[in-house]
Design a protein around this ligand. Structure first.
Ligand SMILES: C[S@@+](CC[C@H](N)C(=O)[O-])C[C@H]1O[C@@H](n2cnc3c(N)ncnc32)[C@H](O)[C@@H]1O
Length: 346
């Protein structure tokens, strides 16, 4: 699909241009001498990685060490210098090795025209739909992938899919003929893990996404089940453009990572209007404890808005009256993803 074919609602910052505009207020004055020191350090780190590939060191060792150093540099250099270091890294010859990794390559090439599309997730979900693409990579690419797909953030992403399916099953245990809404559903892989869906215990499970390709895949893959895919976006939800009724569970996974706080708060308010009494809203966000952030930004062109538990509470407290809901914030097993769950009292 060509980049122009998808109309972005610009509520979620899913392209580098949108992220840059969001960060546009920040000062870009950098002491040149300071920048030079960081470039020397960055150059050393990238050279060591390249030399590792040339020497035939195990790819996992090289990328693990590189990702760790990029994480430290990102944290210590400050946002302005880090942006310049990303541009520097993009020009470095180590990129030609890293681009052989199917996960990194898809993320950079963005065949759907935006970051974090559902086919990218299929790659780290190790879903059969991605197998052919992965197997077409070079042996080195597959070796790097064996590392990147097992990085803590990828493991957390797969756990997120299980948590979603479990949350849907719990909603089905709570409410007969449960009605579910997935906002930014992507390929809705959690549908493949849900017992309640298999046992026909759901009345409907709507998956809404801005991307017509994903909507098409969901329609095809879940034909004859309670799952119904619909094209729609955050802007449409905020404007109440869709007449979709109310739900026992509304959730958003892989979306808040692209939403500035103000939009996140408004979306939660709108989602709570769609939640029935006794029902829940669940949202997930990659946490600010991930250590793959530097690699993702420098080599995957995949910036995320990372959040802490406090940031999740801040969104919840900005969106709802705590006297009317029960709320909790929790981390997944390796703390790379943080979840907020809000239940409307019945
Ligand atoms: C990272 S994928 C998440 C897919 C799925 N929810 C999961 O967790 O596996 C992000 C999805 O968000 C969708 N998305 C991003 N911004 C959106 C917006 N403003 N409105 C609707 N969908 C959006 C994208 O099209 C993409 O399918």
């Amino acid at each position: 699909m060509s980049r122009g074919a998808l109309e972005l609602d610009e509520q979620s910052l899913i392209t580098a241009k949108l992220i840059r505009r969001y960060n546009g207020g920040a000062s870009h004055q950098t002491a040149e001498s300071n920048l030079e020191e960081w470039i020397i350090q960055m150059s050393f780190v990238l050279d060591v990685a390249r030399q590792g590939f040339i020497n035939g060191e195990p790819a996992g060792t090289i990328v693990d060490r590189l990702a760790g150093r990029l994480h430290d540099i990102r944290r210590n250099a400050g946002p302005d210098i880090w942006q310049q270091l990303i541009a520097f890294a993009q020009q470095h010859p180590v990129k030609e090795y890293l681009m052989q990794d199917p996960f990194t390559r898809w993320s950079v090439e963005k065949p759907r025209g935006y970051s974090g599309d559902a086919s990218l997730l299929d790659i780290y979900y190790k879903h059969p739909a991605a197998r052919e693409y992965i197997e077409a990579s070079t042996p080195l690419g597959q070796e790097i992938y064996a590392y990147t797909s097992e990085a803590a953030s990828s493991v957390a992403g797969r756990e997120r899919c299980e948590i979603l399916a479990r949350t849907v099953d719990e909603a089905a245990d709570r409410a007969e003929n449960a009605e579910i809404l997935a906002i930014a559903c992507g390929h809705m892989r959690e549908g493949e893990l849900s017992k309640a869906l298999k046992e026909n215990r759901l009345k409907r499970w709507i998956g809404l996404d801005q991307d017509p390709v994903s909507v098409g895949f969901v329609t095809r893959d879940h034909a004859g089940t309670a799952i119904e895919a619909m094209e729609g976006n955050v802007k449409g939800l905020l404007r109440r453009s869709y007449k979709i009724g109310t739900f026992d569970l509304v959730y958003a996974s892989g979306l808040y990572d692209y939403l500035p706080r103000a939009i996140g708060v408004r979306l939660m308010q709108r989602a709570m209007e769609l939640v029935k009494p006794g029902g829940e809203f669940l949202f997930a966000n990659f946490s600010d404890e991930i250590t793959t952030d530097g690699y993702m930004e420098a080599f995957m062109d995949w910036p995320l808005l990372l959040r802490s538990a406090d940031d999740m509470w801040d969104i919840i407290n900005g969106a709802v009256d705590r006297n009317e809901v029960d709320a909790e914030v929790f981390y997944g097993e390796n703390r790379n993803i943080v979840y907020g769950k809000v239940r409307k009292r019945g």
